[in-house]
Design a protein around this ligand. Structure first.
Ligand SMILES: NC(=O)c1ccc[n+]([C@@H]2O[C@H](COP(=O)([O-])OP(=O)(O)OC[C@H]3O[C@@H](n4cnc5c(N)ncnc54)[C@H](OP(=O)(O)O)[C@@H]3O)[C@@H](O)[C@H]2O)c1
Length: 338
């Protein structure tokens, strides 16, 4: 499978590392809007030997290479990835994007999602928004766990994640490194979003489990550092946000049906948390699933993307969700990743 990368940040580089170790996969081309990255070899950027693929400055150049799949890993927002997704479809490629909003795009812009679906069907290709979250923990894994449930009365999900290795741009957009006042102002202005994607996971679960969501309630609180944190991409000063807590609740039939508590921090133990994931499915045969330590964000995301690739190739054409795919699982690799 020949893959074109649109965006060569953390996701693009980790996917490159993993695909290099998969015998039947290769990065065919890559592009970035960042001039400092243009001309660089994608292998070298990813910390592996050169792959002979220079990063180009625009997607059209990258799409001239013969390929099977386009990975768009640039932003979290449907409106910002839609143009690149569309170009991949028009070129006849299957498309994966990590934009969280694209995991269930119908609740963001139903018309745009419908257009992309129609175009993908016309071209006979498949499109999906997928990653670790949304994509796996609160989606594929939750729905797989529900496979042994007789009924589902309520769902509670929890995630504590170490965000210290995210790029500085992503950490700032999440809400790291601000005074409480600037955090509140950024949330109000929409420049600080926290983690994006809870409504997407909720709506996918609701659609699969036959439930209608009436409304979604949310809360977003900063966690202020009492000492400095020197991350590899961002330094957090005392008195500024080193993390945050987000709470989401989907109300169905007048009562909470699905709820999430999400803690992101540059050093979770410093705030009294340990990185962990949990899924609780309440019903006749109640199920508690605990993942300890929690899914590692960078490695888990790259693996999910790589393992979805063959499933997307065999899926029906159109705009899909992870619930439309056969089970994504690991594949043979030639590298021990020491
Ligand atoms: N669903 C999931 O589970 C999941 C998992 C991981 C990541 N994501 C999302 O995927 C996106 C990429 O993640 P990442 O860790 O690779 O981020 P990253 O390390 O910040 O890299 C993103 C790259 O895309 C470029 N970029 C940013 N905005 C762009 C735009 N509007 N158009 C074109 N290029 C743009 C950046 O360019 P500059 O260098 O010029 O800024 C950077 O090179 C993020 O939005 C992240 O939230 C989702």
């Amino acid at each position: 499978m020949r893959v074109v990368l649109c965006g060569v940040g953390g996701v693009g580089r980790n996917v490159t590392r993993l695909l290099r170790a998969r015998p039947d996969y290769r990065v065919a081309a890559a592009c970035s809007r960042n001039p400092a990255l243009v001309g660089r070899d994608i292998g070298e950027l990813a910390g592996v030997p050169p792959l002979g693929v220079a990063v180009s400055g625009d997607l059209d150049t990258a799409l001239r290479e013969p390929a099977d799949l386009l990975l768009v890993a640039t932003t979290s927002f449907l409106s910002q990835v839609a143009g690149d997704v569309r170009r991949g479809i028009e070129r006849g490629l299957n498309v994966i994007t990590t934009a969280e909003e694209a995991a269930f795009p119908w609740i963001i812009d139903a018309e745009l999602a419908g257009q992309l679906d129609e175009l993908a069907r016309a071209r006979g290709v498949s499109v999906i928004g997928v990653g670790l979250n949304p994509g796996f923990i609160f989606d594929a894994l939750l729905l797989t766990a529900s496979g042994i449930a007789w009924d589902v009365r309520a769902i509670r999900i929890g995630r504590v994640v170490d965000v210290s290795r995210f790029s500085a741009a992503i950490q700032r957009r999440l809400g790291i490194g601000f005074t409480a006042e600037r955090f509140a102002a950024g949330v109000e202005a929409g420049s600080i979003t926290g983690h994006v994607g809870f409504p997407q996971s909720f709506h996918l679960a609701a659609r699969c489990l036959g439930v209608r969501i009436e409304r979604i309630e949310s809360g977003f609180e900063p966690l202020i550092a009492d000492r400095p944190h020197d991350g590899e991409n961002l330094r957090v000063e005392p008195g500024t946000t080193a993390g945050f807590v987000q709470r989401y609740r989907a109300i169905c039939g007048g009562r909470p049906w699905m709820s999430a508590e999400f803690v992101a921090h540059v050093d979770p133990p410093a705030a009294g948390y340990e990185a962990a994931d949990s899924i609780h499915v309440d019903g006749y045969n109640t199920l508690n699933l605990a993942i300890d330590p929690g899914c590692q964000p960078q490695l888990g995301t790259a693996a999910m993307i790589a393992n979805v690739m063959p499933r997307l190739a065999e899926a029906r054409p159109g705009y899909l969700t992870v619930a439309d795919l056969a089970l994504p699982h690991a594949r043979p690799t030639t590298d021990a990743f020491t």
